[in-house]
Design a protein around this ligand. Structure first.
Ligand SMILES: [Zn+2]
Length: 271
C-alpha cells in the first residue's frame, strides 16, 4: 500500500505543476483570519454548458504534507488522489470536458494562498476539494498493525460535505453540496453526523442540511477564498478500520465518483 502510494505520488508530482487546497484539523487552525470574499469577481454564468463548465477537482493535501494517516498507516493524500482522479474521469465522460485535476506539492500552510490565487487565475466555475476524514487526536485508540503501533477510531464513519458562507457563491455551493449529498444517500451511504457533537470541540460545525450531511465551515481557505463556488467532500473515514477497507476496495470510490458526476449533471441542468 505504501509503495503503491509512493508511486502514485511520484506520478502526480511529475504530471502536475498545480496548486491546491487546505486541510481539516490542525492545518485549518491557521485559517481563521481568512479574508473576506471578493464578491463579483467571478460572475456566475447564466446557464451551465457542460463542455465549457470549468470544474477543478482538487486533491486535498500534498505528498509532503499528506493530511491524515489511516488506521493502517496510509496517507490521506493517496486516497484523495485516487478518488479525485476517478471523479475527474467520470465528469469528463459525462460531458464536462473542461474538468481539471488539481494536485499540488509543498507544505500545506504556506501554499494555501498561493493555491487559491492559482485556482482563481484559472477562472474556475467550481472547485470541488476531495478529502478523507479522521478524528481529533484525543479520540484515537492504539492497535498493532503490520508489527507497528498504529492508531484508529472505529467510533465514527461516513462522508460529509462542507461549504463556506464566506464564499461569494455560497448559495450555489450549498445547492451543489445538497445534490451531491442526496446522490450519496441514494447510493445507501450514510453521512458522518458527529460534527455537531460537543465532543468535537473546535471541530464542531453547523449542520446546514440534516437530511444529507452538509455542514458550514467558514474558516477553510479553499472554500472561503476561491472566487468560484466551492464544495469540500470528505469521502469517508480512513481512521475507521472497516471504512478504510471499504474505501480501499474499488467499489466505494466508483460509487462516490458516479454520485458526484450525476450530481454535477443535475446541478448544471437546473441553472
Ligand atoms: Zn484532508
Amino acid at each position: 500500500m505504501r509503495g503503491a502510494w509512493r508511486t502514485i505520488a511520484a506520478v502526480a508530482l511529475s504530471l502536475m505543476p498545480l496548486f491546491l487546497s487546505s486541510a481539516e484539523y490542525g492545518e485549518a487552525a491557521g485559517t481563521s483570519k481568512a479574508t473576506k470574499a471578493r464578491p463579483g469577481s467571478s460572475p456566475e454564468p447564466s446557464k451551465c454548458e457542460p463542455p465549457k463548465f470549468r470544474i477543478v477537482v482538487d486533491v486535498g493535501h500534498t505528498p509532503e504534507s499528506y493530511g491524515a494517516l489511516s488506521a493502517r498507516n496510509d496517507p490521506e493524500f493517496g486516497f484523495n488522489f485516487r478518488l479525485a482522479r476517478l471523479i475527474t474521469a467520470k465528469l469528463k465522460s459525462e460531458g464536462f470536458a473542461a474538468t481539471r485535476l488539481l494536485v499540488t506539492d509543498g507544505k500545506a500552510r504556506p501554499s494555501l494562498l498561493k493555491r487559491v490565487s492559482a485556482a482563481n487565475d484559472g477562472r474556475a466555475d467550481l472547485l470541488l476539494s476531495i478529502h478523507h476524514d479522521s478524528v481529533p487526536d484525543k479520540l484515537l485508540e492504539t492497535w498493532e498493525f503490520d508489527g507497528a503501533k498504529s492508531y484508529f477510531s472505529d467510533r465514527f464513519s461516513g462522508h460529509s460535505l462542507f461549504v463556506s458562507e464566506r464564499n461569494p457563491h455560497f448559495i450555489a455551493s450549498l445547492k451543489l453540496a445538497r445534490i451531491i449529498g442526496r446522490q450519496l444517500k441514494e447510493q445507501g451511504l450514510t453521512y458522518a453526523s458527529q460534527y455537531t457533537l460537543p465532543l468535537l470541540g473546535r471541530y464542531r460545525h453547523a449542520l446546514l442540511d440534516k437530511d444529507v450531511g452538509v455542514y458550514r465551515y467558514d474558516g477553510l481557505v479553499v472554500l472561503s477564498q476561491t472566487r468560484s463556488a466551492a464544495v469540500l467532500l470528505e469521502a469517508g473515514s480512513i481512521i475507521n478500520r472497516d471504512e478504510e477497507m471499504a474505501l480501499n476496495a474499488p467499489g466505494r470510490h466508483e460509487t462516490i465518483a458516479d454520485a458526484v458526476a450525476k450530481a454535477m449533471g443535475e446541478f448544471c441542468e437546473r441553472r
